[in-house]
Write a protein that binds this ligand. Structure first.
Ligand SMILES: Cc1cc2nc3c(=O)[nH]c(=O)nc-3n(C[C@H](O)[C@H](O)[C@H](O)COP(=O)(O)O)c2cc1C
Length: 381
């Protein structure tokens, strides 16, 4: 399949997925206004074309936290991504490694971290939710360390799981086993079902050892309830002390929180509103990015941004405003649903091509030069 943009990838994925998972990926919290705002924020900026700059060589390569990246984007953690297609977590690891893009495994992955880390040439990042039962959190960190994970991404914007209307309607995280309606919907999504039947009964690969239930739906419900709403700054200090590798905090939307993370010794903060799945209404990540970059500025901290990135122009716009790299969530889940590992490889290559084209047409040869030029390449649309 030729890559023509992430909107087309989404459309192809949605033709394959049953409603439960189609809605789970595409949906957001409450009015879904944060989700829309994330996209609208990119529409407020344009990139000024420049000419006669010798752009015969344009490199999208960059280095972030010691990861050599072929382009300034990575795959954000997406729970249940393994329900998009059988073996999807392993496919993502392979595609990311082959395309030299960092990939972060979710706590809620279907394949276990240990199995994903066995994929050849991978250098996986692991995402962590802090659970009420700290022994589980502690053990998850040990497992990550034993797997050779260098970087932990700690997600902090999920103290509460808000109503996501699409999931509520479908019974996701409410039902313990599929309803008749769900079974019928699985049957009508025959391509998805046929593929899934070739794999063993899906479970939350990282969490099943902690006895969270027998079926996937039961595990999803129990695991969500395990996320600790009392987690606070002193706990972050504890975790920083426990985890000796690189630590990224994901879900930072306020400069004061970014400052506190930096004071705690965090290596990188991730500006994220969870793709509009948590607080609604929240600001778009692009709108708060400059304040967070300014807060982190003097300390030379790498700031990542996610939520709403869909085109190469979005990535260039975020980097011009101070992001070191960006992350994408839904798009890689859609790519796998639409066309498996090949679909994701094509999406990564296609998006990298878009970044290269946009940089070239803006007269920029490298990511470092893009950073130097910064907002000078942008215009308020
Ligand atoms: C279906 C889905 C599952 C997600 N699961 C997780 C998760 O397990 N851990 C986490 O930190 N973020 C999770 N996220 C948030 C993503 O990491 C990321 O912040 C968000 O998807 C970025 O927005 P985008 O989808 O518009 O690119 C999830 C997002 C989606 C869409």
């Amino acid at each position: 399949m030729v890559f023509t943009g992430i909107d087309d990838v989404q459309q192809n994925a949605e033709q394959v997925l049953p409603r439960l998972f189609r809605d789970y990926v595409a949906g957001g919290a409450h009015e879904e206004s944060t989700m829309r705002r994330n996209r609208q924020a990119f529409g407020k900026w344009s990139i000024i074309p420049r000419c006669l700059q010798d752009v015969s060589q344009v490199s999208t390569h960059t280095c972030w936290l010691g990861y050599e990246c072929s382009a300034p984007f990575m795959l954000a953690p997406v729970g249940f991504a393994g329900m998009m297609r059988g073996g999807a977590d392993l496919m993502a690891a392979r595609a990311a490694a082959a395309e030299r893009i960092p990939f972060c495994v979710s706590t809620f992955s279907i394949a276990a971290l240990e199995d994903i880390c066995k994929v050849a040439d991978v250098d996986i990042l692991a995402q962590l939710y802090v659970f009420r039962d700290r022994a589980i959190t502690h053990d998850m960190m040990r497992r990550a360390r034993d797997c050779g994970v260098r970087t932990l991404i700690l997600t902090v914007d999920t103290a509460i799981t808000p109503l996501r209307p699409r999931d509520e309607r479908n019974g996701f995280r409410r039902l313990s086993k599929p309803s008749l309606t769900q079974m019928l919907s699985f049957a009508s999504a025959w391509r998805w079902s046929f593929n899934m039947l070739r794999y063993k009964q899906p479970e939350l690969g990282n969490l099943k050892v902690y006895g969270m239930g027998l079926s996937l739906l039961e595990q999803a419900k129990n695991a969500a309830a395990q996320i600790d709403p009392s987690f606070s700054w002193s706990d972050l200090d504890w975790l920083r002390n426990e985890w000796k590798g690189k630590l990224v905090v994901k879900g930072i939307m306020h400069p004061a929180d970014a400052n506190r993370c930096i004071a705690a010794g965090v290596d990188s903060v991730m500006v994220s509103n969870h793709g509009g799945r948590q607080l609604d209404p929240a600001p778009a990540t692009l709108d708060v990015l400059p304040d967070i970059v300014a807060a982190a500025g003097n300390t030379n901290h790498a700031v990542i941004l996610d939520s709403g990135i869909r085109r190469g122009g979005d990535i260039v716009t975020a980097l011009a405003q101070g992001a070191s790299i960006v992350a994408l969530g839904r798009p890689w889940a859609w790519a796998l649903a639409a066309n498996g590992e090949q679909g994701l490889t094509e999406m990564i290559a296609g998006l990298r091509g878009e970044v290269r084209d946009v940089m070239g047409l803006a007269g920029i040869n490298s990511v470092s030069s893009l950073r130097e030029k910064g907002c000078a390449i942008l215009r308020k649309a």
